[in-house]
Design a protein around this ligand. Structure first.
Ligand SMILES: [Zn+2]
Length: 324
């Protein structure tokens, strides 16, 4: 899979940050790409560097021009890569880098970029050498650093970087793995918001409590357009069943997920809940202010910590959401 597709599909936040920076041509002097094992950090770093350098960027690299091709074959003069995955990073490597970058550009294009992959593999001497360079970067010089262990990086380094976090959990992968465990797609999608283990998702998906609570939730959401039904369902189905605070919390958490996904779907036609797109569309059509609904659901969830009449709280929250 191309890096741009990987980012767009799996890493929405970094994708947007890169896109905005490239569109505006405004970059931080140092980026730290922080991820967990399995994140293609070096490839992402190269992709970002290439996109910054490419003259046909739209806003990402074209992969066809002379610059892109030279970056791919490691023949671009103003891009240096130090790869810490091959062993510890020595002070000489950093000082050589600094010397090279202090010279005038070898390329016509203005940016000089260096990538240091896995900076947790720098020793004290190389860290100190890099620190000085990060503090006073030469003009038009940019650093793209990566790490698989942000907690091993000195705060003095961290404070000089714009940190881009790559999400811990790949929800789509989790859903795929749950499908392999024979969990139905709709259950895998819904439960992927709550659990991060396919086997556990399978166990929950066949439990009676889960099935029942899902049924009630969908009964309510499927009637988003029918205001009369909302009050009836809330009073006759939801409230009598939800007695324990944990049950109500779980119910509200599910509601929050549906509304957040509706908002996401409204903005970029993208959702984890692909099995429930009709419900999301119904919510978008019938609920005017999704932001404030999400907030009021979260407030209601918070209220549960106090001594409140939970039935009344549920009735008020649900009817106000659907403006009954
Ligand atoms: Zn290009």
């Amino acid at each position: 899979m191309e890096i741009v597709e990987y980012l767009e599909k799996n890493q929405q936040i970094p994708f947007q940050i890169f896109k905005n920076a490239l569109l505006k041509k405004k970059f931080f002097h140092a980026y730290l790409l922080s991820g967990t094992t399995g994140t293609p950090l070096l490839d992402i770093a190269k992709f970002l560097a290439k996109s910054m350098l490419c003259q046909n960027g739209n806003p990402f690299c074209c992969n066809k021009c002379n610059i892109c091709k030279r970056v791919d074959s490691n023949h671009y003069g103003d891009l240096e890569i130090i790869d810490g995955s091959k062993g510890s990073i020595l002070k000489e490597e950093i000082t050589n880098l600094i010397e090279t970058f202090s010279l005038t550009s070898t390329e016509k294009q203005g940016y000089k970029i260096y990538i240091i992959n896995l900076i947790e593999n720098m020793n004290v001497e190389s860290t100190n050498a890099l620190l000085k360079f990060l503090e006073e970067p030469p003009e038009n010089t940019y650093a793209i650093l990566t790490t698989l262990n942000k907690f091993r990086i000195l705060p003095t380094i961290l404070s000089r970087c714009e940190i881009i976090n790559f999400s811990l959990l790949n929800q789509k992968k989790l859903i795929e793995d749950s499908l392999k465990e024979k969990v139905p797609l709709d259950d895998a999608e819904l439960l992927s918001f709550f659990y991060n283990d396919p086997q556990y998702i399978k166990d929950i998906s066949i439990s009676e409590e889960y099935k029942e609570s899902k049924e009630d939730l969908l009964l309510l959401l499927n009637n988003a357009s029918n205001k009369k039904e909302i009050r009836f369902i809330t009073e006759s189905q939801i409230i009598p069943k939800l007695k324990k605070k944990e049950e109500i919390r779980y119910f509200l958490d599910n509601m929050v997920i549906f509304f957040k996904e509706s908002l996401k779907f409204k903005v970029n036609k993208n959702t984890i809940l692909t099995s429930y797109v009709n419900i999301l569309k119904d919510i978008i059509k019938n609920v005017s202010n999704l932001d404030s609904v999400i907030l009021s659901l979260m407030n209601a969830r918070n209220e549960l910590n106090y001594n409140v009449n939970v039935s009344l709280l549920l009735l008020e929250t649900l009817t106000s959401i659907f403006e009954v």
